[in-house]
Design a binder for this molecule. Structure first.
Ligand code: AMP
Ligand code: MG
Length: 378
């Protein structure tokens, strides 16, 4: 077990625990954010036939004048023209035999003909070509591309089932009344949404009280690929996730040199990998974004590395990389960073009021005018 590791080392340790996937066929309308598990070959040429890129006339380029002899629309069978003839043609309609150029409707039938307004069969890709590779993230255009290749379903990596378990005696589900000392449980909802965002299948569990038997029973009852807990990993007397993992699980690391989000842990509970996130709402979101997501789903980055010119000052942290929430915006062609709200790790509003994070190396503050590394939340 390693204690107090860098962010890079934490990720390296997590990645030593392999995740196992199977392949399943997924219909295209459910394929968003899925990962292709095999190369995908086109079943057709794209386009499948020569067709018009414009509404206009299909003509012979060499004819000086033309007379209209017919009309053709998308979906019609190809017609034919002879010398001096033109056919009114709609975008996507097959090019009549004998035609080699299109005149745009705006230019009139004897206007300038253009051969480039014909979209040639197979000019985009051909039947039998490998167009998408294994490991490809299915984005909206990728899904449309797979459809135009003729695939109703695609082979995808199975989704990881991730159980989300919040711990804490003080936590009450929204909708119920709060008593003195209680607050609404919020982490699990955000974490489930984050899991969906990176293509996993979240399984939301009820809150577990700070009690080692309940926690043990809950962890034993889960049927999932990965366990994500929130809370109970710090130095407190009642931080039972840490205690249980220390005594009965197998810890691989505990504590990461980052602020917020210092006390996460990672290890195995029986045969299931378990990531223990800190309970403070900002901390749990950040640890997920910076450590859990790159481990579970490196294909879907939740942050983009940028450089920003700071307009406000922010404090770094002794011995830790410091992730202050900042707003990143474009000003005179340059990315600038500003801060708007209280930066406490309990203030989830700071993650909503801002769209980025500083990446301040240990023991480094940022002052107005400094150009610093930052992460743009995606
Ligand atoms: P812990 O990590 O359990 O020591 O909790 C740290 C702080 O985060 C405490 O103030 C908790 O009340 C709060 N907290 C823990 N879990 C959650 C949660 N699921 N939702 C909202 N706040 C939480
Ligand atoms: Mg707690």
């Amino acid at each position: 077990m390693e204690v107090f590791v860098t962010i890079e080392r934490a990720l390296e340790i997590a990645r030593q625990t392999p995740l196992s996937f199977s392949t399943e066929q997924t219909p295209l309308n459910k394929a968003h954010n899925r990962i292709l598990s095999e190369d995908l070959i086109s079943k057709v040429n794209d386009p499948p036939f020569d067709n018009s890129a414009m509404d206009g006339w299909a003509v012979r380029n060499r004819d000086p004048t033309r007379v209209e002899v017919g009309i053709t629309a998308a979906g019609a069978p190809p017609s034919e023209i002879k010398e001096g003839e033109a056919i009114r043609i709609m975008t996507g309609a097959p090019i009549p035999k004998g035609a080699d150029a299109i005149v745009m409707i705006e230019d009139g039938i004897n206007g300038k003909a253009n051969p480039n307004f014909i979209r040639k069969k197979g000019e985009n890709f051909c039947q039998g070509d490998t167009i998408l590779r294994r490991g490809q993230l299915m984005t909206p255009p990728t899904i449309s591309l797979a459809a135009s290749m003729g695939h109703p379903t695609i082979p995808t990596r199975s989704q990881l089932k991730v159980a989300v378990v919040s711990t804490g005696d003080e936590l009450i589900s929204p909708g119920k009344n709060l008593m003195e000392g209680q607050l609404y449980e919020s982490n699990s909802y955000g974490l489930c949404a984050l899991l969906e965002k990176i293509g996993c299948e979240p399984i939301l569990h009820d809150v577990v009280e700070d009690n080692i038997e309940d926690l043990r029973n809950t962890l034993n009852s889960l049927d999932c690929d990965v366990i994500l807990t929130s809370g109970g990993v710090s130095m407190g007397e009642f931080d039972y996730v840490r205690k249980l993992m220390e005594e009965e699980g197998e810890l691989h690391f505990w504590k990461v040199a980052m602020r917020p989000g210092g006390p996460p842990l990672f290890g195995m509970w029986n045969n299931t990998p378990l990531f223990g996130l800190p309970g403070n709402p900002v901390s749990s979101h950040l640890v997920f974004t910076l450590l859990v997501a790159p481990w579970l789903s490196p294909e879907i980055p939740l942050v983009k590395n940028v450089k920003v010119l700071m307009k406000d000052s922010v404090k770094g942290a002794p011995g830790k990389v410091c992730f202050r929430r900042i707003s990143i915006s474009l000003e005179n062609g340059e990315l600038v960073g500003t801060t708007h709200t209280h930066q406490g790790s309990g203030n989830i509003h700071s993650m909503v009021a801002h769209n980025g994070l500083t990446y301040l190396p240990p023991n480094t503050d940022a002052n107005p005018g400094d150009k610093i590394s930052a992460l743009w939340l995606q």
